[in-house]
Ligand binder design. Structure first.
Ligand code: ZN
Length: 465
């Protein structure tokens, strides 16, 4: 009897150690599929893979907590009710998001009948501990913002309603993937996909997935685009391989979350990688996920790494993957004068011509193009750009010429602008193709029209022309 108790105690101790380890792995934290690669799929409310939501709901009601519920979520909170706090809307928004997750993971909605999550939205976590809704036995770590165990999660209340919804849905994605897809993936995917599938906007109160927010106000306080931009400016932006190797972290590491989100956004949104990523997600979401990706026949790791660098270099609100996708080419040596047309509604475009480092060349651009509107006014621009609107330190509509190069002072490769405007001479910064575009935010290309005609040609080293 004693021995058995010791064994039980030992096994409990081991379980707690494992749980602590898993809990420490992730900033917001998950517990579930990670413990066992053969975690059973969802089989109903009484399954060991699922927490009994009805029992928790009864506990919450007995404790006098406010409980709101819908088809897919029962949410208990100690927040004092306040008019217009949006709490009553959360279960309905969660249901809409759940349907979107079913689509994304190709999970048949019929197989999820009866699936519900139990969430605790906590202003004071002691209150939840006191009534047994937040285990105090060390099985759940002292998380910063949120934590998920199977179909049960906790989140710390946020002052900003949009960020509160985001966190709720982020934990919801964890609950969904842990129980319905037995997820046990590397951190970059676990956190990246939760961030990606939680990002949304409300249109007349309705959930609309918005993988890349269209403007800063649309996903308040997420700050991921700004975080990536800062990493880029400081030369600390990670490459795709580094993101794939994101270590588990016990803290809410904004740059790591932002980079993980960026990787899943790029892989699922870029026309060259989306289909391969979809195939990957149709398979096991296990610890070998990154290796599985590399093994897929459609995977081009070198291209993906470069596309990721181009994405983080150019990333901005409303980033348009289809229009910003780059045709990476080797190009032919530029030996004679050549003519090309640069479309106003696309990002960087290959000239098809290559220059060697130090080679001198000249260009001249003609024509006018439309670069969107300012109110009722249609904005037209020539190659110098317009003074009415600037983007990243240059007039909008301005013709930019660049090469893809690794910065001399370190950091990831990026487009290095070597010439701009209507006409001029320039010196190649590196061996490689000349890319051109019209200066515009990557989220505002769709309403552009037309293009510029550009002539480029080499200058002989000893001419002064
Ligand atoms: Zn998370």
């Amino acid at each position: 009897m004693t021995q058995r108790r010791d064994e039980q105690a030992g096994s409990l101790q081991a379980r707690r150690s494992t749980l602590r380890l898993i809990g420490a792995m992730l900033a917001c934290g998950i517990l579930g599929g990670g413990a066992s690669p053969a975690a059973p799929p969802f089989v109903g409310a009484e399954s060991p893979a699922m927490v009994d939501v009805g029992r928790l709901e009864a506990t919450a009601r007995r404790a006098g907590l406010r409980v709101v519920s819908g088809d897919r979520l029962v949410l208990a909170t100690d927040r004092p009710p306040r008019d217009g706090d949006g709490i009553d809307d959360l279960p309905r928004i969660f249901t809409a998001a759940f349907e979107r997750w079913c689509d994304h993971f190709q999970v048949d909605a019929g197989a999820t009948a009866g699936w519900r999550a139990f969430g605790c939205l906590m202003a004071d976590r002691e209150r939840f501990r006191a009534v047994g809704l937040l285990p105090a036995d060390g099985t759940i770590p002292d998380f910063a913002n949120g934590y998920c165990d199977r179909n049960r999660f906790w989140l710390v209340d946020q002052a900003n309603p949009a960020y509160r919804r985001h966190l709720l849905l982020h934990e919801g994605v964890h609950a969904f993937t842990l129980t319905l897809r037995s997820l046990a993936t590397p951190t970059w995917y676990t956190e990246g996909i939760a961030e990606l599938l939680a990002t949304h906007r409300l249109e007349e109160g309705t959930f609309v997935p918005t993988p890349i927010p269209r403007h800063a106000g649309e996903a308040e306080q997420l700050g991921r685009i700004e975080a990536i931009r800062q990493l880029r400016i400081s030369g600390a932006s990670p490459g795709l391989a580094e993101v794939f190797a994101t270590p588990p972290s016990a803290r809410h590491d904004i740059p790591a979350y932002a980079a993980s989100w960026a990787a899943t956004a790029m892989l699922s949104g870029h026309p060259a990688h989306a289909e391969t990523f979809r195939q990957l997600e149709a398979g096991p979401l296990d610890a070998r996920l990154t290796e599985r990706l590399a093994e897929l026949p459609g995977w081009d790791g070198e291209r993906a790494a470069r596309d990721f660098d181009a994405f983080t270099d150019e990333l901005d609100h409303g980033y348009d993957f289809a229009r910003s996708s780059i045709e990476w080419t080797d190009g032919l040596p530029l030996t004679t004068r050549e003519r090309l047309t640069i479309a106003a509604d696309r990002g960087w475009q290959s000239s098809g011509w290559s220059l060697s480092k130090g080679q001198r060349a000249a260009f001249r651009a003609t024509g006018r193009c439309q670069i969107g509107r300012a109110g009722a006014i249609e904005l037209e621009s020539e190659a110098d750009g317009i003074s009415l609107r600037w983007y990243r330190g240059r007039p909008a509509g301005r013709l930019l010429l660049a090469q893809w190069a690794a910065p001399a002072d370190g950091g990831r490769p990026r487009f290095e602008v070597i010439a701009e405007g209507r006409a001029g001479r320039f010196i190649a910064a590196t061996d490689g193709v000349l890319y051109l575009k019209i200066n515009e935010p990557p989220g505002e290309l769709a309403d552009n029209n037309g293009g510029l005609d550009v002539e480029i040609g080499p200058i002989a080293p000893n001419t002064s022309r």
